[in-house]
Design a protein around this ligand. Structure first.
Ligand SMILES: [Zn+2]
Length: 201
């Protein structure tokens, strides 16, 4: 069981990227009321804490992931602050309007870096990510360009049926109505039939 196996518990959105991960972070939330060691993950969309399953008594060992302690989307974070090796987060929401949920993250300092350094680094990343998440994105304007081509080729079939050729794909079909815009049955594009041709039927 490796630390990256949390991905089996949480699936990321197609546009979501992991920015920062810290192992052995203790977490207390009002939501879950849970106090536990786990992996703290910051992505371009949310902050997640995934609780460890551990073994051992004197020496606690990582034995996989238990559950998601919390996940909050970055734009739900109201305030956050750093003090020594602890980050406090305030999330919008709760039982009544205007309520907050407090989350406390305590960096216990695994590996070679100290708890204070880990908290500092996470704080920096979270500040940047929240600003990014709260910055309104320019609305993508999808422009659909409809191109009308005009029929130039037509001929009378055997029984006096006027056949027109689609200017997009060349498929020939009988002209059935006097409407000037026709949808090609073969390629699905629209085209215009000049009045002069319409007058022939
Ligand atoms: Zn066509």
């Amino acid at each position: 069981m490796s630390y990256s196996d949390w991905r089996q518990l949480v699936s990321l959105f197609p546009d979501e990227k992991v920015i920062h991960e810290v192992s052995w972070v203790e977490c207390y939330t009002e939501m879950a009321g849970k106090y536990g060691d786990g992996r703290l993950i910051l992505t371009t969309r949310r902050i997640m804490h995934i609780n460890y399953r551990t073994t051992g008594f004197w020496t606690t060992k990582f034995a996989g992931f238990d559950s998601v302690t919390f996940e909050i989307s970055l734009d739900e974070v109201e305030t956050f602050h750093l003090s020594e090796d602890t980050i406090g987060l305030k999330k919008r929401g709760g039982l009544y309007p205007g309520a907050h949920v407090d989350i406390t993250l305590h960096f216990t300092g695994s590996n070679d870096s100290s708890s204070k350094q880990q908290a500092d680094a996470f704080y920096e990343e979270i500040s940047a990510a929240i600003i990014q998440a709260k910055t309104p994105k320019p609305i993508e304007v999808k422009q659909e360009i409809i191109q009308y081509n005009i029929v130039t080729k037509f001929d009378f079939g055997g029984k006096g049926v006027l056949k027109i050729a689609c200017p997009h794909c060349g498929a020939s079909s009988p002209l059935e109505s006097k409407s000037s815009i026709v949808l090609c049955r073969y390629c699905g594009k629209q085209y215009i039939i000049p009045k002069k041709i319409l007058d022939l039927i």
